[in-house]
Design a protein around this ligand. Structure first.
Ligand code: ZN
Length: 427
């Protein structure tokens, strides 16, 4: 009997040991997730499933300390944060309107106890405050991943570029990008019905949202009966990417098509016209651009300011000598830019502002282009382009060009959505 009890006891111990062995062993066995395909969602590098998250924006009068204080962070810890501040990393600096998130997993007296506080410095940068360790608060700055997403846009001008884009569901920002890329070859004030465009562009995306304006990669604009191509190419390692036509000529001309953003051409170049003030025939060897007073006037091309002052007829005026052949004159300015006589200006720099000084009946810019001392028509002036593709680079350009052309030719122009006509029954 005694023997049986001992055997039973031994057996029990053995069974118990084996059971215990397996129980402890299972701890080390990797846990196989039930659904291994379910992605773990991260926000700011933190697993969303592990926390409850409160997201809000900084309100007027709120300080970092006052926000954190509402979420279980005491004055001692807030003091620790400010002690980590430096000139280059201001740890307590927050701006009204910026978003922040509180990550917590416990409540004490209904107050969420912050584990992480994340402050959005901008759309691409954030600061993470880690409160998981009682003794040290880790504060780190991060830059979000910026994704570049390639898109295409195309359209046919029926009434305006705006309609061609918006009716086809594109962002108006594309118009701005288009006007920059094609600034030298397309006159956006003179777009015609049936002009069309096809472009490949990049959107910069952060957290699923587009930031900044789209970047045109390459494209073609059909305008004035011609296909005007814009092909990107980098001539050498030190030069940036520039745009060229299909022959390898630079898209950038040495002169702006117009030295300002204007509303309309109020008076064209002519050898005889009625003078608006003296009501007698007079020549107008210039072009007048109507624009609101105060509109910036740009240097049409790089050059030296040769004259800046007052003229009885021209009011405040500026002359720029661009090279031995060309110079330009700008009249009726309300005020001057920051450049004085003798100074060199770059194309696009502000030399003055639209006004109505001198013999002028309204806000406008009187613009002259002189070629070898003769006044020529600024609107029919076809300035020479900037540096073309170097002959050494031509074979590489032709290969790269074909890739773009093939890609862009595949883009289809969407059919215009029919305008809904509102019947007006009133007579
Ligand atoms: Zn004029």
């Amino acid at each position: 009997m005694k023997k049986l009890i001992i055997i039973s006891l031994i057996l029990c111990i053995v069974i118990l040991s084996i059971t215990l062995f397996f129980v402890t062993q299972t701890k080390d066995v990797p846990i196989i997730p039930i659904n291994p395909k379910k992605p773990k969602i991260e926000k700011y590098g933190l697993l969303v499933d592990n926390y409850k998250i409160i997201t809000d924006t900084v309100k007027t009068g709120e300080l970092l300390g006052s926000i954190l204080n509402k979420f279980g962070i005491n004055a001692t810890q807030i003091d620790k944060i400010s002690k980590q501040s430096s000139d280059t990393f201001r740890t307590t600096f927050i701006n009204v309107g910026q978003a922040y998130s509180i990550f917590y997993d416990t409540l004490i007296d209904n107050v969420p106890q912050t584990k992480y506080f994340v402050y959005e410095n901008s759309r691409t940068k954030y600061t993470k405050y880690n409160f998981t360790n009682k003794d040290t608060i880790i504060i780190e700055r991060f830059t979000k991943k910026i994704d570049t997403i390639e898109n295409i846009a195309s359209g046919k001008i029926e009434s305006s570029l705006w309609n061609a884009l918006v009716n086809n569901g594109y962002s108006w920002n594309i118009a701005i990008a288009l006007s920059q890329t094609f600034a030298w070859t397309v006159d956006f004030y003179a777009l015609q019905k049936d002009d069309w465009f096809k472009v490949v562009y990049d959107d910069l995306v952060v957290d699923g949202q587009t930031i900044d304006s789209p970047i045109i990669r390459a494209g073609v604009f059909y305008h004035g009966g011609r296909e005007l191509w814009s092909v990107p190419f980098q001539q050498n390692d030190s030069s940036g990417i520039s745009f060229y036509d299909t022959l390898g000529n630079s898209m950038r001309k040495t002169f702006l098509k117009a030295p300002l953003q204007y509303t309309r051409v109020s008076s064209r170049y002519s050898t005889a016209r009625m003078h608006p003030i003296f009501n007698r025939p007079s020549e107008h060897r210039a072009v007048d651009f109507a624009a609101p007073c105060g509109t910036p006037i740009y240097a049409a091309s790089d050059g030296t300011i040769t004259r800046r002052g007052w003229d009885t007829g021209g009011g405040n005026f500026v002359s720029i000598r661009h090279n031995s052949v060309y110079s330009t004159v700008y009249m009726h300015m309300s005020s001057f830019g920051n450049f004085n006589i003798g100074q060199y200006v770059l194309q696009g720099e502000i030399i003055g502002y639209v006004g109505s000084t001198g013999w002028s009946t309204g806000c406008h810019l009187h613009y002259e282009v002189h070629e070898n001392g003769q006044k020529i028509d600024p609107l029919s002036f076809d300035p020479p382009p900037a540096e073309p593709i170097d002959s050494v680079n031509m074979p590489r350009f032709n290969v790269e060009k074909q890739v773009w052309i093939k890609k862009i030719k595949k883009i289809k122009i969407p059919r215009q959505k029919k305008q809904i006509m509102v019947q007006n029954n009133e007579n």
